[in-house]
Design a protein around this ligand. Structure first.
Ligand code: DAT
Ligand code: MG
Length: 149
């Protein structure tokens, strides 16, 4: 089973979309194995977005992510990394497909509501960056055999 790191960004929390966003992952069939609300430090934000350090939007991105609480989560399921990116939608909500979180709920790239790991390796790195091993709960949902053959 794959795991991926998902974060509801400060705009999602401030707009009271936490339940709506979590609902989409739950109803799709994925399993929540870790969740915490956090006020993100500048240090953690800069580590998480380190790959974008040279981009012109880096500073405003760090300001934004540290501006209000986020909801950090780990979701589990078959091919969850790819599926979650599809549930989330393209980076720019203007062009994100209708039906995706960003396509349905967002209007601008700097306020795109949610983060999801972009590959299996990135997911492993991000889960380890944001969560201690003991904060992740392995459990077997009773619906498992109704989701997977
Ligand atoms: P994603 O979050 O879809 O993985 P990314 O990794 O390319 O997108 O960028 C990380 C975040 O940085 C993105 O969610 C929003 C912000 N961002 C990206 N490109 C931007 C741009 N051109 N202008 C402003 N913010 C941008
Ligand atoms: Mg990314």
């Amino acid at each position: 089973m794959e795991r991926t790191f998902i974060m509801i960004k400060p705009d999602g929390v401030q707009r009271h979309l936490t339940g709506e966003i979590i609902h989409r992952f739950e109803s799709k069939g994925f399993t929540l194995v870790g969740l915490k609300m956090m006020q993100v430090s500048r240090e953690l934000a800069e580590k998480h977005y380190g790959v974008h350090k040279q981009r012109p939007f880096f500073n405003s991105l760090i300001e934004f992510i540290t501006s209000a609480p986020v909801i950090a989560m780990v979701w589990e399921g078959e091919s969850v990394v790819t599926a979650a990116r599809n549930i989330i939608g393209a980076t720019n909500p203007v062009t994100a497909a209708p039906g995706s979180i960003r396509g349905d709920l967002g209007v601008s790239i700097g306020r795109n509501l949610i983060h999801g790991s972009d590959a299996i390796e990135t997911a492993q790195t991000e889960v380890a960056l944001w969560f201690q091993e003991e904060e992740l709960i392995s459990w077997k949902p009773v619906r498992h055999s109704w989701l997977y053959e």
